[in-house]
Write a protein that binds this ligand. Structure first.
Ligand code: ATP
Ligand code: MG
Length: 533
């Protein structure tokens, strides 16, 4: 039998490495709490259109990296048939083909990438007409007098009811409601900002009139080529500050505060050698002017660029700047800079962000080409990079998204946020420090004989309830084996024989010092605690 392995691009995190993950997550919670952020947990999968609208169709994420599937119990066939017949009976009556047979016709369908596949049931007379509709005849059941065929009818937009006319004049009408209820396109979240903003809108968080400060820690999914620092399931730590404009959500102070929090967070983890790279991509009104200029500048040179960038030059020229194709770099360097297209308000906003960063000593570099891979950014965009990471050098990215809530059908709710690659953060820490040592238990309890297993469990329970980390051996082990295992797993070994059980005085040996002591059961936890660390 072939042995199953974790899917390409996914991986298992095992102890003791998970200790490091837990430490980083604990630091996240501790530091973010000081800035008064609360935790949000959104679903791992969402309606595909959330990402199509929120992240943008032309981004790498949406155009090629998402895990998307058609979900649903398909549909309830009987319910659909009844509904369809009820709603269409009049149409059948008016058919010129075969009025009597037609009402017996029904169909079931299933969405198949942009087309609908129908299985048509009909009486014989009708079937001769329906035959031409079906690409392939699957089955003609003479006994039941029913025809079953499959026809594939491409309906351009699935959201509208469509009428399809066959050469013979048969009308098939798609009942859009019935189909829609049954099947939904879902996507494993490739990022979390769209989900947070959806939740903000759905729960009307803006109605409090206060800024919402939310952070998350969780897995994200992108179908990318796996390599160091790039996985198909990876983890992000992120935070968003979002709220109605009256709550000050547009203020440059918020941008600077978030950036300062990140700098403090990295300091607290002892991560040095990072660089904060900053830019402003302007407001929704600056953007079109710049995009037009870009388009114009790209027109004469785009043929010399990579196919991806040729396409982007047409569809979304801003994305060209985001390109990591080294061959295109020379051309990209000649393109106009967004800084020259910012209106006075955007310029002042950016200057205020920089002034606040200067005031608290957060160092940064300005990169006029930093536009970031997501469509929703406005004004401030940023990345923290780290040289220790090699090719995948971005530790985190983020920016302001003043129009995102409205793009998702919500109220005006400007915001700023970031997403940090937890996997990459861990890689940075691992290259800086030694592999964490396995955590040792405070004590290994060795019952001396199987008769003492039950009392040993009771002792373990008492100590664990007092906060001790306890490994429980087994009375079936010879004493030498208990010592060997205990030495690997714990700092102390507690021997529980008949005498100890009867007297309540236990023999404890410390593996590091070799010291052996007799300790009354009631004092054990205290003794273990003071022998630790
Ligand atoms: P990159 O340029 O590295 O592909 P990105 O612009 O696609 O990054 P964002 O969408 O901004 O990344 O995500 C924020 C952070 O999440 C990144 O800076 C990175 O640390 C991390 N990240 C993104 N994709 C992956 C991945 N496939 N595996 C591991 N971490 C990732
Ligand atoms: Mg990417």
């Amino acid at each position: 039998m072939t042995v199953l392995k974790a899917v390409r691009g996914t991986r298992d995190l095992l102890p003791p490495e998970t200790e490091l993950w837990n430490r980083v997550e604990a630091t996240t919670r501790r530091v973010f709490a000081r800035y008064n952020f609360g935790e949000i947990r959104t679903p791992i999968f969402e309606d595909t259109s959330l990402f199509a609208r929120g992240v943008g169709e032309e981004t790498d994420i949406v155009s090629k990296e998402m895990y998307t599937w058609e979900d649903g119990e398909r549909f309830d066939r009987d319910l659909l048939r009844d509904k369809w017949l009820r709603e269409n009976i009049a149409r059948f009556e008016s058919w010129s083909l075969d009025r009597t047979a037609a009402p017996k016709a029904d169909f079931e369908g299933q969405q198949m990438d942009g087309s609908w596949e129908f299985v048509i049931f009909a009486s014989q007379t009708t079937s001769s007409q329906l035959l031409s509709l079906a690409d392939e005849v699957r089955e003609w059941n003479a006994a039941s007098g029913r025809f079953r065929g499959i026809g594939r009818i491409v309906i351009p937009t699935i959201s509208e009811a469509a009428v399809v006319t066959t050469p013979e004049g048969i009308l098939i009408e798609k009942v859009s409601g019935a189909f829609h209820k049954s099947s939904q396109s879902l996507t494993l979240r490739p990022e979390n900002t769209a989900g947070v903003v959806r939740a903000y809108i759905e729960h009307k968080l803006g109605e409090s009139g206060l800024l919402q400060k939310l952070f998350y820690i969780g897995p994200q999914f992108r179908r990318e080529r796996p390599q160091k620092g790039r996985y198909r399931q990876f983890w992000q730590i992120g935070a968003e500050v979002i709220g109605p404009p009256s709550a000050g959500s547009e203020s440059p102070l918020r941008d600077a505060e978030v950036l300062e929090m990140l700098a403090s967070f990295l300091d607290e983890l002892n991560i040095t050698g990072w660089t904060l790279v900053l830019n402003s991509v302007g407001s929704a009104t600056d953007r079109p002017k710049y995009v037009a200029a870009l388009r114009e500048a790209l027109a004469p040179v785009k043929d010399q660029m990579s196919p991806d960038n040729q396409r982007r030059a047409e569809t979304n020229p801003l994305r060209v700047l985001d390109s990591k194709d080294p061959a295109d770099e020379a051309i990209i360097a000649t393109l106009p800079k967004i800084a020259d297209f910012l209106d006075d308000e955007s310029k002042a906003h950016f200057a205020a962000v920089l002034a606040a960063l200067d005031a608290c000593g957060v160092q940064y570099e300005i990169n006029p080409r930093l536009v970031r891979g997501l469509d929703y950014y406005t004004r401030t965009t940023f990345e923290f990079t780290h040289d220790g990471l090699g090719a995948q050098n971005a530790l985190l990215g983020g920016g302001r998204y003043d129009g995102l809530s409205e793009m998702l059908g919500g109220p005006k709710a400007p915001g700023i946020g970031f997403a940090m690659g937890l996997d990459r953060l861990i890689l940075t820490l691992q290259s800086a420090e030694a592999e964490p040592a396995p955590v040792l238990a405070d004590a290994f309890i060795a019952p001396l004989g199987e008769a003492l297993n039950a009392p040993a469990l009771a002792l373990a329970r008492d100590l664990r309830r007092q906060g001790m980390r306890i490994e429980l051996g087994d009375g079936a082990f010879r004493i030498r084996k208990s010592f060997e295992i205990g030495n690997k797993l714990a700092r102390n070994i507690i021997l529980l024989g008949e005498d100890e059980h009867a007297s309540g005085i236990l023999t404890v040996k410390n593996f590091a010092t070799g010291e052996q002591t007799k300790i009354p059961r009631g004092d054990l936890a205290q003794a273990l605690r003071s022998s630790g660390n």
